[in-house]
Write a protein that binds this ligand. Structure first.
Ligand code: BG6
Length: 355
């Protein structure tokens, strides 16, 4: 697709349409976000549940599409980071440009589906803890590069917001990430384009399209690291992975044969199911179930840190592990993606609350 020309949003503006228009027409869609002539103050909440505001400065004005539908606005979120807020007819959502990370989705008449830690950092150089981090171009530790950031650079990088449209009752947003001097100096130095399409409605559809811009083939891993809210993970089951063997990350990637029963949680759980295209359903006996259907994804990761690991993580509340589970739509390890020059690949996850 061809993104529209974006324009900068005014720091502190609740809506992109309030942004000054003088600088919009010449902005290139793939341009680096332009810097303001000096910091501009804004009032922004400082945490996921913060009720008060403090004055923050927005370090730059991110590019946004030339026009936005009435259901979409751009403003400042936690930590003063730019956030896209969607209030569609069939669902609402928040997406941070930092990592193009969806941090909230609530279908109309339903309850919030995604989990977000109350202790998450919202810093330009840290990953947001919760929602749907995009892991790309590697998953976990990068083989042969022990100092490389876990889960790749995509979740640590500011994406461009290139398009927003209403389509029937849905709102469709597109974000873009391309290679930069920093990514080309990383453990995965290739030229690429990533387009991420987020469709907000009765369902949340997430489509990550990667194009290889190198003159030779490249390989990469990817995951939509979906954190789901549950009432108590100890009562939850994940159905759909029956019969699929998995690699146990807590036992040196030992391969464990598939089970006939849905996954239950009785301790720290960190599993990579390979070679499975199946939809997974998180069954919460409190009555809030979520199904994740996927396309062009052959791996599924299931993770809950349990008590001790949660305590060891500075951006994870000590008791929060009971209220979440990750079911991640992925292509990792033996399922990694290989693209020939100019080729693209799109991995899609579609979440539906079935409460
Ligand atoms: C999961 C991995 O996907 O992400 C776990 O399987 C990891 O091993 C978890 O602990 C969280 O990773 P991070 O880098 O966000 O703390």
């Amino acid at each position: 697709m061809r993104p529209q020309s974006p324009r900068p949003v005014a720091a502190g503006s609740g809506h992109a349409n309030a942004a000054p228009s003088s600088s919009s027409s010449s902005a290139h869609p793939h341009a680096t976000p332009r810097r303001q002539r000096g910091p501009r103050p804004a009032c922004a909440p400082t945490g996921p549940s913060a009720g008060s505001c403090e004055t923050v400065t927005m370090p730059f004005a991110p590019p946004v599409p030339a026009s936005l539908p009435a259901s979409v606005e751009v403003g400042l979120g936690s930590g003063g980071l730019p956030v896209v807020r969607v209030a569609g007819r069939q669902g609402s959502a928040e997406i941070y440009l930092h990592g193009a990370q969806v941090t909230a989705w609530t279908p109309a008449g339903g309850r919030p589906v995604l989990w977000l830690s109350a202790t998450s950092r919202f810093l330009p150089d840290a990953a947001i803890r919760g929602g749907v981090p995009i892991c790309f171009p590697w998953f976990g530790a990068k083989a042969g590069a022990p100092s490389a950031a876990a889960h790749g650079f995509a979740r640590l990088t500011e994406w461009e917001f290139v398009d927003a449209q209403e389509a029937g009752d849905d709102v469709v947003l597109t974000f873009r990430l391309g290679d930069t001097p920093a990514t080309r100096a990383s453990a995965w130095p290739h030229r690429f384009e990533a387009l991420y399409t987020v469709t907000v409605g009765t369902r949340l559809a997430l489509a990550l399209r990667i194009t290889n811009l190198e003159p030779e083939a490249v390989t990469f891993e990817e995951a939509l690291h979906t954190y789901l809210r549950v009432d108590d993970v100890r009562d939850v089951r994940v159905a759909g992975l029956e019969g699929a063997p998995f690699l146990d990350q807590l036992a040196g990637l030992t391969e464990v044969p598939g089970a006939s029963e849905p996954v239950r949680f009785e301790a720290e759980t960190d599993r990579i199911y390979l070679g499975t295209d199946a939809a997974a359903t998180v069954i919460d006996p409190a009555g809030h179930s979520v199904t994740i259907e996927k396309r062009e994804s052959h791996s599924t990761v299931v993770w809950n840190p349990w008590a001790a690991k949660a305590r060891s993580m500075s951006d994870f509340g000590d008791e929060e592990w009971t209220g979440m589970v990750c079911v991640e739509t992925a292509n990792i390890r033996g399922d990694l993606v290989r693209l020939e020059p100019g080729q693209s690949h799109t991995m899609t996850a579609v979440l539906a609350a079935v409460a």
